[in-house]
Design a protein around this ligand. Structure first.
Ligand code: SF4
Length: 503
């Protein structure tokens, strides 16, 4: 059994962090059963600091471990299905799919069998241990809760063509940090895994398997060119890649391809499932964190009210599923009793932060501490009626959220003062975090400034379906500054005083 320190965490590949050793449990598709939850909670209590973090690939991290988890415990977790049977491939990125796969009332296809098959394939092929640890795959079944716009090397997104379900192939290509791009290729569900196996093999043929820093798929495709890469793939396939560009140009498929989700937090709250009379509840985990007692409590609720499973989401929240309508009132009360919330209006539902200076040496700021302090400040001052995605990142690497957010707060060092650059909405190719609004805003100034930004948004948005990012995109930066702080000097003096009063 492998166990060592690497840059990429896994169950058998620990990683040192600022706050101790970090373990990552890879949960394909993010689905856990109650027994697994209790086992994880026990490990977090026994070896960690009594909590787990849900990551943006629906993994679980146990932090602050003193490094003494022995082989028997690792084997126990493996037996529980919480680690790969083949330890050599456990470090590969988690397979992503919609957390509502199989229960989404609008999905075109349940992608869970594809996740399972690809996970089995990885375990059965030790040669895949040579993949970059960041090699990432996603299956999107075309339901309400979509993941096809998340960052992945390869994504399959379901579409309907003449009443039949196909998957549209997306590959990571071009600039770093952008979602995968549709290749104009449709695959039947049966063709996806053979195609994925060959896409993977051709990639492996073009990287140095012994290099510590392996090239990403995007880099290989950028160097070869998309066409050459796909031609090489096609040579090893028993079928031709069904190129649909001509049909797309004729308009046959326009309107069928939804490239991104309207609202990435649509899973929070109570929603009907495709199974009549059953509901799922999206539970808010503040900054993805779950105390071990809450984890055990949720495992009990899943068993007593639902099907005994919990689904972790790439938005660092979780779902309790298969709840009969008549039991919704009881389970809501019990979730609240655990100190958790299921309301999309909760400011924490869209709040994301990386480990920050408490867990990561690269961090310029205490992102998690600041995010929670901001949430506490805002909770008593305004009420949202839809989630606003506010992302705190301790450095440019942006571990906690790779895609865009409504508001990004990038930690920067400003002498001894912890400060943030503030970005909003969409940027161009050179603006990874969106458009820059302010520089070097100290944390003292931040809460009142964000309060003002959100209040202006609530007043000036077109309607409640317009996200903060979309609202910001309608204005140039000078206008936004005018709305948010007409007189920055006076404003900053005022908010500094206010913050002092509320400290
Ligand atoms: S984004 Fe930067 S500071 Fe935050 S966890 Fe990642 S490397 Fe550390």
């Amino acid at each position: 059994m492998l166990s060592g320190l690497t840059a990429c965490p896994g169950l058998f590949y620990t990683t040192p962090a600022q706050d101790g050793i970090l373990f990552r449990l890879r949960i394909p598709g993010g689905i856990l059963d109650s027994k697994q939850c209790r086992a994880i909670a026990d490990i977090a209590d026994q070896y960690g600091a009594g909590y787990v973090d849900v990551t943006n690939r629906a993994n679980i991290q146990i932090r602050e471990i003193d490094g003494k988890i022995n082989t028997a415990v690792l084997e126990y977790l493996q037996d529980m299905g919480l680690g790969s049977r083949n330890t050599a491939v456990d470090h590969i990125r988690n397979i992503m799919t919609s957390p509502t796969a199989g229960i989404d009332p609008q999905e075109m296809i349940n992608t869970r069998p594809l996740v399972k098959s690809w996970d089995d394939y990885i375990e059965a092929h030790p040669a895949l241990s040579k993949l970059s640890a960041k090699f990432s795959v996603c299956f999107d079944g075309g339901g309400i809760v979509r993941v096809s716009d998340r960052l992945n090397d390869i994504a399959f997104a379901a579409v309907l063509v003449d009443g039949k379900v196909y998957f549209r192939l997306h590959l990571s290509v071009g600039a770093k940090g952008k979602p995968p791009v549709a290749m104009g290729i449709l695959l039947s569900p049966e063709q996806c895994l053979p195609a994925l196996a060959v896409l993977t093999n051709v990639y492996l043929n073009h990287i140095d398997p012994n290099s510590r820093r392996k090239s990403r798929l995007r880099e290989v495709i950028n160097s070869l060119g998309c066409e050459s890469y796909l031609q090489e793939v096609e040579k090893s396939l028993p079928f031709t890649l069904f190129t649909t560009e001509d049909q797309v140009r004729k308009g046959q498929f326009f309107g069928l391809f939804v490239e991104k989700s309207d609202n990435q937090y649509q899973h929070i709250g109570i929603h009907p499932q495709r199974q009549k009379g059953l509901f799922y509840i999206g539970v808010v985990l503040p900054l993805g964190r779950l105390e071990s007692r809450q984890m055990r409590g949720l495992a009990d609720l899943a068993q007593r009210y639902g099907s005994g499973t919990l689904r972790l989401t790439p938005w660092q929240n979780l779902l309790l599923t298969d709840i009969p309508q008549e039991r919704l009132g009881d389970i809501q009360r019990e979730i609240a009793f655990l100190g958790l919330d299921y309301s999309a209006n909760n400011i924490k539902s869209g709040l994301v932060a990386c480990s920050g200076s408490r867990g990561c040496a690269a961090a310029a700021t205490d992102t998690k501490g600041h995010a929670l302090a901001l949430a506490k400040y805002l909770e008593t001052r305004l009420t949202l009626d839809c989630p606003v995605n506010i992302h705190f990142s301790g450095c440019e690497k942006s571990c906690a959220q790779h895609g865009k957010s409504d508001i990004t707060l990038l930690g920067v060092s400003n002498g001894k003062m912890e400060s943030y650059h503030i970005y909003v909405g969409d940027g161009d190719n050179n603006q990874k975090f969106g458009r820059e609004l302010y520089q070097y805003v100290s944390f003292d100034e931040l809460p009142a400034l964000v309060e003002q930004m959100l209040k202006v948004y609530l007043i000036k948005r077109i309607n409640s379906r317009e996200s903060f990012g979309e609202f910001a995109n309608r204005y140039v930066i000078a206008q936004l500054k005018q709305f948010f702080s007409p007189d920055m000097a006076l404003y900053q003096a005022r908010i500094t005083t206010l913050c002092k009063e509320h400290r």
